[in-house]
Design a protein around this ligand. Structure first.
Ligand code: ZN
Length: 195
């Protein structure tokens, strides 16, 4: 029997022109050509492009990405559509989530951030992972990062800077693996959906 899967790469290409979090350095690459060899040195934040945040990002001494169980990022996932730029508990309760889902949220036209109540509603659904299209699920520039803290303190990792424009809401399988970066608070990932 032949089984053909449709796949979508939902990772952001890493370029010097990519959008970065306000105040973060833009990615920089220095490429040299010598002796017939091309060599590039990269300088960029671990939060540039599609990446996963580990609890250490906002909680001192919490788990880093090296300690993170990577298989939590791979498995059944639900892609949902944010109806408003600010997602509250009422909106989360309407999403057709299953227990231990990986939840990937397509942004509304104006973006997508969560209220603390929206984050608590996700925790009540016992999700394994939250993925968003923008820089993160908190308001840009809010140093309190309440949604980061609520989810990461319960060991729910965050996937940020996803590209979900080509993907319709529905059920998928998420394959998402990152670089091994022991001791760090985040890691770049390649994320792919299939169904
Ligand atoms: Zn991040």
């Amino acid at each position: 029997m032949t089984r053909s899967a449709r796949t979508w790469d939902i990772s952001m290409p890493i370029t010097e022109a990519m959008p970065v979090y306000p105040g973060d350095p833009p990615p920089a690459f220095t490429t040299s050509f010598s002796g017939g060899v091309t060599l590039t040195v990269a300088h960029l934040s671990l939060h540039a492009g599609t990446h996963v945040d580990a609890p250490l990002h906002v909680i001192p001494d919490a788990a880093d990405v090296g300690a993170f169980p990577w298989m939590h990022l791979c498995g059944p996932a639900c892609v949902v559509q944010a109806r408003q730029a600010t997602v509250d508990a009422e909106q989360v309760q309407r999403w057709p989530l299953r227990t231990r889902d990986r939840v990937l949220v397509r942004a509304a036209q104006e973006g997508c951030v969560f209220t603390p109540d929206g984050a608590r509603a996700l925790l009540e659904r016992d999700i394994l992972l939250l993925g968003v299209e923008g820089f993160g699920p908190d308001q840009d520039g809010d140093p309190a990062l309440p949604v980061h803290r609520l989810l990461l303190s319960r060991s729910v990792p965050l996937l940020e800077n996803l590209c979900l424009r080509e993907v319709l809401p529905g059920r998928y399988h998420l394959t998402c693996l990152g670089l091994s970066l022991p001791g760090r608070e985040a890691a770049w990932v390649r994320a792919v959906l299939s169904c």
